[in-house]
Design a binder for this molecule. Structure first.
Ligand SMILES: O=C(O)CCC(=O)C(=O)O
Ligand SMILES: [Fe+2]
Length: 390
């Protein structure tokens, strides 16, 4: 299929066209280009987040400046932006385009790469409609997760031809996120924690060693006004992510909200050229809760964005699967804060992932457990309980 005879002209294609040179390339590859939807004109309560300029990292005093900027964000907010992360806008746009074209494939083709839900294996295609949001309304979210491009996963997953033929550039992109964003951030966290070894966290996140990192294409299909109403204007309930940090590429369709310390939800805005970063459970576990795994959710977009699908690119970083999730011992910051382990026995990352993903991938079992506990919490593993948020 060519761009000119494109299947459905999505509402997004009303936007400014891509440069002719990119369009020709996409046409050559039979890809329908993705164009970012326009931002909302609504005046929403936006979150105020700091932006780290990662190009400062290697300048004299740069790391220390960035770490200073992060101190408050990582302890109290759990969210921030990064910019200048060494990938071009064109590389980013290509990934959005691949995501858009992947989700447009027939269900039968995607189903050949479907996630192994029972075994809590996240990689591959996750279909929409497996979660009941309200009576009569199910979720409208599809995902495609890529495992790390390492020997551990080589040949393990079957990809549709569209993905297979672009796998080398997807690999370059995912690896760049790990080396250009994840590793520098881990060094900054080490500085914030005043660890004697700045590489401490990096050593728990080497690319070649086994871990459950994944790069994700995601789409929230547009809904009708009736569906929005029936779903209570929600998309996902409040949650914390289970890994180290999550990267979320600039998302113009509003909806992602952060739960603040004041108990109020605010929206993450789409800052040009940025990636939104949120801290997740594991980095919280190894700091006894000092680094904040932020609660967030996705709600229905404002009405002026109801005509658009919400396509996302995300990267989920996680420590090596054999990492034991106990608080780091030689951090004067953690010592002073008097943090304690959040588990009642030693728990490895592999065990934590399996336990939390089993809950996430099997919504009916999880709903039953919440109903049984009756106090809005459920044990994930080792005495650590997750809470249910709206
Ligand atoms: O789509 C978003 O904006 C956030 C998604 C998210 O919270 C998640 O996948 O864990
Ligand atoms: Fe999340």
């Amino acid at each position: 299929m060519s761009v000119t005879q494109s299947q459905t002209i999505t509402s997004a294609s009303r936007d400014a066209p891509l440069p002719a040179q990119n369009l020709r390339q996409y046409e050559f590859e039979n890809l329908v280009p993705y164009v970012h939807p326009p931002e909302t004109k609504e005046d929403l309560p936006w979150s105020e987040l700091v932006t780290l300029d990662l190009s400062d990292f290697d300048r004299p005093g740069g790391k220390e400046r960035l770490a200073k900027q992060l101190e408050h964000a990582v302890h109290h907010v759990g969210f921030f932006y990064v910019k200048n992360y060494g990938l071009t806008q064109e590389q980013v746009d290509r990934q959005f385009t691949l995501a858009k074209n992947f989700f447009a494939l027939p269900v039968e083709e995607k189903a050949l790469s479907e996630v192994d839900y029972g075994n809590a294996d996240y990689n591959g295609w996750r279909r929409s409609g497996r979660r009941q949001l309200q009576q009569n309304v199910k979720d409208n979210i599809e995902m495609y997760n890529f495992a790390k491009f390492t020997k551990d996963f080589e040949g393990k997953y079957r990809h549709p031809d569209l993905i297979k033929s672009h796998l080398p550039e997807i690999e370059v992109f995912a690896k760049a996120l790990h080396s250009n964003v994840i590793l520098p951030l881990l060094r900054l966290f080490a500085i914030v924690l005043k660890l004697p070894d700045e590489e401490y966290l990096v050593k728990q996140h080497t690319y070649e060693k086994r871990s459950e990192d994944h790069f994700r294409y995601m789409i929230y299909h547009q809904r009708t006004p009736e569906e929005h109403e029936a779903s209570g204007y929600g998309q996902t309930t409040g949650h914390t992510d289970l890994g180290t940090v999550t990267l979320l590429f600039r998302q113009p369709v509003a909806g992602l909200q952060i739960l603040g310390e004041d108990g109020k939800w605010t929206y993450v805005s789409a800052q040009p050229g940025t990636i939104t970063v949120n801290l997740a459970d594991t980095v919280s576990h190894i700091t006894g809760g000092y680094l904040k795994s932020s609660v967030h959710r996705v709600v229905a977009p404002p009405t002026d964005q109801w005509d658009y699908d919400r396509t996302g690119l995300l990267y989920f970083a996680r420590p090596h699967s054999d990492t034991i999730l106990v608080p780091i011992e030689d951090s004067p910051v953690l010592k002073e804060a008097g943090v304690k382990s959040r588990f009642d026995k030693p728990i490895s990352m592999g065990e934590w992932v399996k336990a939390k993903q089993t809950l996430q991938l099997n919504p009916e079992i999880t709903a039953k457990k919440y109903a049984e506990s009756g106090d809005g919490t459920v044990e994930v593993i080792g005495g650590f309980r997750d809470r249910k948020y709206a």
